[in-house]
Design a protein around this ligand. Structure first.
Ligand SMILES: [Zn+2]
Length: 301
């Protein structure tokens, strides 16, 4: 079956290698609109590489070839999503996958302009869907359906590629200051919209430190997780009445069931305490901490 409207938009690259710049044209010259199967697309890419790369150039040329625009990278990635061992018969019922988690960060930077620039310069290799300023300004930097690079190496439950299933929200905050009301109010309004639009479960609003406890500590202890939980984003415990857990309660198992990566227990406990205990953020669970954990475990899991 033919794919309609596949646009070959790549026109040329400047190749830098062996001390010389060379402009290489790689797209058809006459037509910008062609009809081809996905397999054809792959074949075309292979042909382009075979035909256009001179045999004498070194690997820097190949690197230059890979410095594509974001749109070209996505097109190339989609080409890789076609299994060569299969025949192609296109289904007509589909849409884009939707996000199922929200990961909250603080930027650890001094102002929102600095963060926006970080997500736009080529070398940073990081991004987020939203940045929220101290004054409550919300800036969207990627479509919700696109995969931002905000989680990095991470794990939550059995998911080890959080970028593929989540939206990333960065709060402009240096990590040591309180989060202003205007910023939190904007966050709550945005979360309301996202939760309703994508049917994101309450338990799936979590922090960067939850999913990467050995590398990250954001958002900081000053982030109001209790307020968020009261509004339906994330969870909180009953502060007025805590039961002591039964003798057979295993806090390590409970943390694992909540989603924490327990390969490093101290790191996971530290992340738990930063979020729920706030004071004395360390790798040791006191009797009080265990009671908090038990309350959360009983209520939500
Ligand atoms: Zn972060």
């Amino acid at each position: 079956m033919l794919l309609k409207g596949f646009v070959v938009g790549v026109s040329s690259f400047v190749l830098i290698g062996c001390g010389a710049s060379k402009k290489v044209t790689i797209a058809p010259k006459k037509e910008s609109l062609v009809r081809m199967t996905p397999q054809d697309t792959l074949t075309k890419v292979e042909e382009i590489v075979k035909v256009e790369v001179p045999k004498t150039v070194d690997t820097t040329v190949f690197h230059a070839l890979r410095e594509l625009t974001p749109e070209e990278k996505v097109k190339e990635q989609k080409g890789g999503g076609v299994y060569k061992g299969a025949d192609w018969a296109a289904a007509i019922h589909y849409d884009l996958r939707k996000p199922n988690f929200v990961i909250i960060h603080h930027t650890a930077q001094n102002n929102i302009a600095q963060t926006v620039r970080t997500f736009q310069v080529p070398h940073s290799k990081v991004s987020a869907h939203y940045v929220i300023g101290r004054d409550g300004q919300i800036i969207q930097m990627l479509n919700d359906y696109e995969r931002a690079w905000h989680a990095g190496k991470s794990k939550w439950g059995n998911i080890d590629d959080l970028n593929s299933v989540s939206l990333g929200i960065e709060l402009d905050n240096n990590g040591k200051e309180p989060f202003p009301n205007a910023q939190i109010n904007s966050l709550l309004i945005l979360l309301d919209t996202l939760k309703a639009k994508y049917l994101i479960p309450q338990l799936n609003f979590i922090g960067h430190a939850d999913i990467a406890p050995m590398r990250k500590d954001d958002p900081s202890v000053l982030f109001p997780w209790k307020l968020l939980a009261e509004r339906g984003f994330g969870i909180w415990y009953n502060e007025d009445y805590l039961m002591m857990p039964p003798a057979n309660f295993n806090p390590i198992d409970a943390l694992k069931i909540m989603g924490y990566d327990m390969r490093n227990q101290e790191g996971a406990i530290r992340a738990f305490k930063r979020k729920y205990i706030v004071k004395e953020v360390n790798g040791v669970l006191t009797a009080h901490d265990q009671a908090v954990l038990y309350d959360l475990y009983r209520k939500y899991f």
